[in-house]
Ligand binder design. Structure first.
Ligand SMILES: NC(=O)c1ccc[n+]([C@@H]2O[C@H](COP(=O)([O-])OP(=O)(O)OC[C@H]3O[C@@H](n4cnc5c(N)ncnc54)[C@H](OP(=O)(O)O)[C@@H]3O)[C@@H](O)[C@H]2O)c1
Length: 275
């Protein structure tokens, strides 16, 4: 693949299934262009079997990329080096190579912390949070909150309750309790780390059945227009952000891992008409 002056461009890719909806190519290509890098970022739909080998080929070929739904946990055996966030969460979303070794990090952790901090600016006491989901994204959210004492207590719900219990056991922290029914709960913050809403109109839970109106909803899902959960939240008068905020923050951290410096300021957010 050639882009600039005939020299082969370094290839970066988001690997997942589905990936057609991903905004990562848009924000990373905007940053590559603004920084004058000879690099190209593409979306590549890969099966579970294809993902690990594709990750190694991209990284050792001088590029890198991201891993998304549903492969973040499955690629760990293909990494030579794991960041502390990958070891703690058991999930990888960013990869690159250095000195012939393939490195993996989980920049969803810092991306989520930045989103949480901007949503809760001015809040003095760590609030109680209801976290929905038990996949790779939920692992990053739990680690992000527990590691930094950002939440006083985490109520963890998942459609398949056994996965929530397994995730709670993975962290082994008494600030985390699993719940099988969200009705009547009174969390200050609701975080959606499920993929419900990625396609169609489904929300993971009915916010109206909670015991009180939460202060904020942070949805990790994004799409064209407001997500079903953000729409429901705003209808109930709750302030809500969708996954584009976190997407930009985790992408800025990933870029810094690949190139050793932050991307040109604000370029990624502007590519999504944010900020
Ligand atoms: N904005 C960002 O930067 C960012 C970063 C990371 C992830 N995300 C988004 O977060 C979502 C989850 O990602 P992931 O990597 O954790 O995926 P994953 O590992 O495949 O896990 C999917 C999770 O969603 C749940 N789920 C799927 N469909 C559901 C439904 N209809 N109702 C309720 N729960 C449902 C699954 O529950 P079961 O266990 O019952 O199957 C599981 O907990 C994706 O939409 C992804 O795009 C966004």
């Amino acid at each position: 693949m050639k882009r600039k002056g005939g020299a082969a461009a370094a290839t970066y890719a988001v690997l997942g299934d589905p990936v057609a909806h991903s905004l990562s190519p848009r924000i990373h290509n905007a940053a590559f262009l603004a920084a004058g890098l000879n690099a190209l970022y593409v979306a590549r739909q890969v099966s579970a079997e294809e993902c690990g080998p594709a990750l190694r080929e991209l990284a050792l070929g001088g590029g890198g990329g991201n891993v998304t739904v549903p492969h973040k946990e499955r690629v760990l055996p293909f990494l030579d080096r794991r960041s502390a966030a990958v070891s703690a969460t058991g999930a990888c979303n960013t990869f690159w190579a250095r000195d012939g070794e393939v490195w993996g990090d989980n920049t969803d952790v810092e991306g989520f912390q930045g989103t949480w901090d901007s949503c809760l600016a001015g809040q003095r006491e760590p609030p109680e949070a209801l976290v929905l989901g038990a996949g790779g994204a939920a692992r990053a959210v739990l680690f992000a909150l527990l590691d930094s004492n950002r939440a006083s207590r985490i109520l963890l719900w998942n459609r398949t309750p056994e996965r929530a219990s397994a995730l709670a056991r993975h962290f082994g922290d008494d600030r985390v309790s699993t719940v099988v029914d969200c009705a009547g709960l009174t969390p200050a913050i609701v975080v959606n780390a499920t993929s419900a809403g990625l396609h169609g109109r489904r929300t993971p839970i009915d916010l109206a059945t909670l015991g009180r109106v939460p202060r904020r909803v942070i949805d990790l899902v994004y799409g064209h227009g407001p997500t079903p959960l953000c729409r429901e939240a705003r209808g109930l008068g709750i302030s809500a952000v969708d996954g584009r905020e976190m997407l930009v923050r985790q992408a800025e951290v990933a870029y810094a891992r690949w190139f050793g410096m932050p991307p040109p300021r604000g370029v990624m957010a502007r590519a999504l008409d944010l900020r």
